[in-house]
Design a protein around this ligand. Structure first.
Ligand code: PEP
Length: 252
């Protein structure tokens, strides 16, 4: 238990939030007291338009600010894209890559996700690599095979545990209110832990593995207590300070 990585609760605001939403971040900062800081790291990933303002709003609070995606290149003729270096310059400390919505909506392959993870680390940021099976894949008994292939294809093996976070997010649990059983989460997280040891060697033990998919204050304590669950990636419930801090309170 004592050897568990320091937990992280990360919020993914997706395509939600205007400047007026930064009040929620301010409320989170207020509630993030020193006792909680000692127990869990917090990160908010707002839309790209708010990364810089959020990093200013969160300054001194201990809450990190991250981005939701990046281009693999440093700069160049890529209209509408943003590089990891730009997010670092805007004050980000991490970037989510390979979220299932990016994999589905933008056809991102494991190789593309791997290149983005490397880009995040190149810019000095933490790469949060998302994996997870669809409902059909789970029903077909393919969960571990799918997750294993995503890990093999998306995780750069040269990364260290300080540079990498893995988020297990069953696609069917995202935004649906459905969650796997604690036993199902335990099975997949143990499998990810083993695969990380295979891919990264001894450093695999220190990588934080987050669970994501319909985490809310009422189920956070049970999910966060599952072995090899080192925190949460939270979508909808990260938009409101009261919900997000209710989830973080699982670590009090
Ligand atoms: C997510 O999209 O990363 C997510 C976990 O969403 P939600 O918490 O809303 O299910």
């Amino acid at each position: 238990m004592n050897n568990r990585p320091h937990p992280l609760v990360a919020g993914n605001w997706k395509m939600n939030g205007l400047r007026s939403s930064l009040g929620e971040l301010g409320a989170m900062a207020q509630a993030y007291d020193s006792a909680l800081r000692a127990k869990v790291d917090l990160l908010i990933c707002p839309p790209a338009t708010l990364v810089h303002a959020a990093s200013i709003a969160a300054a001194g609070s201990g809450i990190g600010v991250g981005a939701q995606d990046c281009h693999a290149h440093v700069s160049g003729a890529h209209t509408g894209d943003l590089s990891a270096e730009m997010f670092a310059d805007a004050g980000a400390s991490a970037i989510i890559v390979g979220h299932s919505e990016r994999r589905a909506d933008h056809g991102e392959s494991d190789a593309a996700v791997r290149a983005k993870a490397l880009a995040a680390v190149r810019a000095g940021l933490v790469a949060i690599v998302c994996v997870g099976e669809t409902e059909a894949q789970r029903r077909g008994g393919q969960t571990l095979g799918v997750v294993g292939n995503q890990l093999d294809g998306s995780i750069p093996t040269e990364l260290t545990s300080a540079q990498l976070v893995v988020a297990y997010e069953p696609v069917w649990a995202i935004g649906t209110g459905l969650t796997p059983t604690a036993a199902d989460v335990a099975e997949v997280h143990a499998f990810i832990r083993e695969r990380l040891a295979f891919l990264l060697g001894a450093d695999g033990a220190g990588v934080r593995i987050l669970y994501g998919g319909s985490v809310k204050p009422s189920n956070a304590a049970e999910l966060m207590a599952v072995p090899n669950v080192d925190g949460a990636l939270v979508g909808g419930a990260s938009l409101k300070a009261v919900d997000f801090m209710g989830i973080a309170a699982a670590y009090r």
